[in-house]
Design a protein around this ligand. Structure first.
Ligand code: TXA
Ligand code: MG
Length: 362
């Protein structure tokens, strides 16, 4: 495995590797991706192998320009309303953290989409990613560059630590700007469904399209989490709506530590007496400094307890960009229990809470 800082040369080398069927980890604005030629089924099979990813979990296809969408998607299968929605969203949010589910073009091998006839497609907002795509296959299939089910990587070092020798090249482009994955969107019905909350907030999507969302349940409680060798069907408890998006597995994005997610009121009540924490290395992860300070005032913190905050000022953007970063750090310090405060449940807070809850469900 080579580990190179991003440069003209290293991107060119990455593009050659991808064209030759290899795997390259590369930066995007959300998290690092593990990329392969989207048209090469053998290269894509390696992604599943390296990540230990179940074959029922489809990949996101990354392109560099809207005009190449035709190569990946079969837009002739869309009705005019859906086409309108697609271009409204694409023009507003691409490049950016929004993956749109579209009927797939036959050139995309079934293994990339886990046998589904649809593909999740996005244009990442990152110069390195865009160059790599343009110089290689024109389309790169890439999940997040982490072992299946574990924390997503927001630094090249995270990729090196977890997948290291199993891949051909890691392009180091520094810390990911957004820090949570893209929003995954199904626009096929009259409405729009968010299959995975992410870097493009729900409010922005509905403001642009003016279409009312069909409420989808993303806080799934009755999902079978075991990995099965067949496609996973997820049923929303409230609406009974069925859809396939294995990223909605209840248990995902998990740190090694046991993670407990709490509301502001609940975390403030967490009693920090020494005897409670003496046997386990414990961390508190607050959303903002205000809550942390209120908690500190009420408690007599024990020196061994690690106290972290997602954003001192309570900025949602900063909090999202620190989330995986801090969870990785806590794992590296050998923390065994984390008490995390929920973010306010709007904007990027929805993605933050989704990742925290899934990380807590192990
Ligand atoms: O920001 C991101 O989305 C990152 C960067 C690398 O682009 N990628 C990423 O990929 O998070 P991954 O594989 O970790 O998550 C992809 C999600 C999964 O939840 C998967 O189930 C869903 O997208 N997905 C992919 N294709 C789909 C499809 N055809 N229908 C429904 N869900 C799909
Ligand atoms: Mg992932």
């Amino acid at each position: 495995m080579n580990f190179f800082k991003v440069s003209e040369e290293s991107i060119k080398e990455g593009a050659e590797i991808i064209k030759n069927g290899g795997l390259v980890a590369f930066p995007t604005e959300t998290v690092y991706g593990l990329g392969a030629d989207a048209f090469n089924p053998f290269a894509i099979a390696k992604i599943f192998d390296v990540k230990n990813r179940p074959h029922f979990d489809p990949l996101i296809i990354h392109i560099a320009e809207i005009k190449t969408l035709d190569e990946i998607a079969d837009l002739s299968l869309l009705n005019s309303e859906t086409k309108k929605k697609l271009f409204l969203l694409a023009e507003k949010f691409w490049p950016g953290p929004l993956s749109i589910i579209l009927p797939k073009n036959k050139k995309i091998p079934d293994i990339a989409t886990a046998g589904l006839q649809t593909a999740a497609i996005r244009i990442p907002d990152n110069e390195t990613a865009l160059k790599l795509i343009s110089l290689s296959a024109g389309a790169i299939a890439a999940p997040s560059a982490n072992p299946f089910g574990s924390l997503s990587p927001t630094r090249a070092e995270h990729v090196r630590e977890s997948l290291g020798e199993k891949i051909d090249l890691i392009l180091d482009g520094g810390q990911s700007r957004i820090g949570v994955e893209s929003t995954v969107l199904d626009i096929s019905d009259d409405s729009i469904k968010i299959l995975r909350p992410g870097g493009t907030p729900r409010e922005a999507i509905f403001q642009i399209t003016g279409i009312r969302e069909q409420e989808t349940e993303t806080r799934i409680t009755n999902v079978e989490c075991g990995i099965r060798n067949e496609e996973l069907e997820i049923v929303s408890q409230e609406s009974g709506v069925k859809f396939n998006s294995p990223g909605l597995l209840k248990s995902h994005y998990a740190p090694k530590a046991r993670l407990f997610v709490m509301s502001k009121d609940e975390i403030l009540k967490q009693d920090c007496k020494i005897e409670n924490y003496a046997s386990q290395k414990t961390a508190f992860l607050f959303f903002d400094a205000e809550t942390r300070d209120a908690w500190r005032y009420a408690q007599m913190p024990h020196d061994d307890i690690i106290v972290n905050v997602l954003s001192e000022s309570g900025s949602m953007i900063e909090a999202a960009s620190h989330l995986f970063e801090i969870l990785h750090e806590l794992d590296n310090c050998g923390v065994s229990v984390i008490y995390a405060q929920e973010a306010p449940h709007h904007g990027l807070g929805e993605a933050i809470n989704d990742r925290l809850k899934r990380g807590a469900s192990v």
